[in-house]
Design a protein around this ligand. Structure first.
Ligand code: DAH
Length: 339
């Protein structure tokens, strides 16, 4: 019996050493320690052992079992370790490989210019408002003092959706919308897309962008308008920039003006950029017409205000010295990458 036990032990240890994966190891366990395993069989044949030897023999069987179990466990953890090492080897990362290029897009020159203008006015306490691109004729024209027979309402300039609805031709209707909220005072700018029935060329596009500005409060004067726009021009084009207000006409402001800035290329001496004049026109502005205030529910005897409208593309073209507006819309990455 003892010899049998000894040979079971040796066989078991040899087979454990040879098992080279977990399944085989499990087979070995079952064949020795399982219900029908060899060691179990030995236990069952205990009755053949003389009664006085049984305790010692039983102990020997238990020791053998413990030994085999220990060997199984050791082998199992060695196999697991080896498997882990193999996996790490297989999944090794070559940190010297060149990194995948991450193609992050960036802001369009129009967006950069818009955010710059927004930054300047937010710094002066303005809020940014939005209005609809598809607008009522009433807001785009009537409430801005542009009567039915006005040339701006001509179908050659305006895209009509229906008799009463247009693609807004300017951001000025947001003025009326701001005033109608009834919240005073108002200090707002409103950037957005506008539409005109124009042929595409270097300076025209059927869709472009404007930024509207509106201030309504008590005691607002033309001096506030001048100071604000002078400061705006300096922040946008540089501290040495001069501004010039030329009388002009807009139906919704009285008096009205167009504003030129001194050419930041030649500092006013005259160059190709400013067509020799030393000045570049950048926006339209004026004191909000009393009739417009009235139509929007504001008492012109108590409140006054100023408004202005800037062409966003114009700012972007000037700032980046681009001489053809079409470049801004063609979405040629080689062009856009430069800003
Ligand atoms: N809406 C005008 C345009 O499209 C620009 C403009 C001029 C806006 C004077 C204003 C303003 O608010 O006061 O030509």
């Amino acid at each position: 019996m003892k010899e049998k036990l000894q040979s079971i032990k040796e066989d078991a240890l040899a087979q454990i050493a040879q098992a080279d994966d977990r399944n085989k190891l499990n087979e070995v366990r079952v064949s020795f320690l399982g219900k029908k395993g060899m060691l179990t069989a030995v236990l069952k044949s205990m009755k053949e052992v003389a009664p006085e030897e049984r305790p010692a023999f039983g102990q020997l069987v238990n020791e053998t079992r413990a030994l085999i179990e220990g060997a199984l466990e050791e082998r199992r953890s060695a196999l697991e370790q080896a498997a882990l090492e193999q996996q790490l080897k297989d999944e090794v990362i070559d940190v010297t490989l060149p990194a995948k290029k991450n193609n992050v897009g960036h802001r369009h020159p129009n967006t950069i210019a818009r955010e710059e203008v927004e930054r300047i006015f937010i710094g002066m306490g303005y809020e940014v408002m939005e209005g609809p691109e598809i607008e009522y004729d009433e807001y785009n024209f009537e409430k801005l003092n542009i009567p039915a027979n006005h040339p701006a309402k001509d179908e050659q300039d305006t895209f009509y959706i229906s008799k009463d609805i247009v693609l807004r031709t300017q951001t000025s209707p947001v003025q009326a919308r701001a005033m109608e909220t009834g919240k005073l005072p108002i200090r707002m700018i409103s950037p957005g897309r506008v539409f005109r029935s124009d042929e595409v060329d270097a300076t025209h596009s059927p869709s472009f962008h404007q930024i509207e500005g509106l201030v309504i409060d008590k005691n607002i004067t033309f001096a506030d308008l001048k100071g604000t726009l002078e400061q705006f021009a300096k922040e946008l084009f540089g501290e040495e920039t001069k501004t010039k207000f030329r009388p002009h006409h807009f139906p919704f402001t009285e008096p009205s003006a167009e504003v030129d800035v001194s050419c930041f290329k030649c500092k006013g001496k005259g160059c190709r950029f400013c067509k020799g004049s030393g000045w570049i026109e950048i926006l339209g502005c004026g004191m909000v017409h009393p009739h417009v205030l009235e139509m929007c529910g504001i008492d012109p005897e108590v409140y006054t205000g100023f408004a202005f409208g800037v062409g966003l593309e114009r700012i972007a073209l000037l700032k980046y010295e681009i001489d053809d507006m079409r470049l801004l819309y063609e979405n040629d990455a080689r062009f856009l990458k430069q800003f």
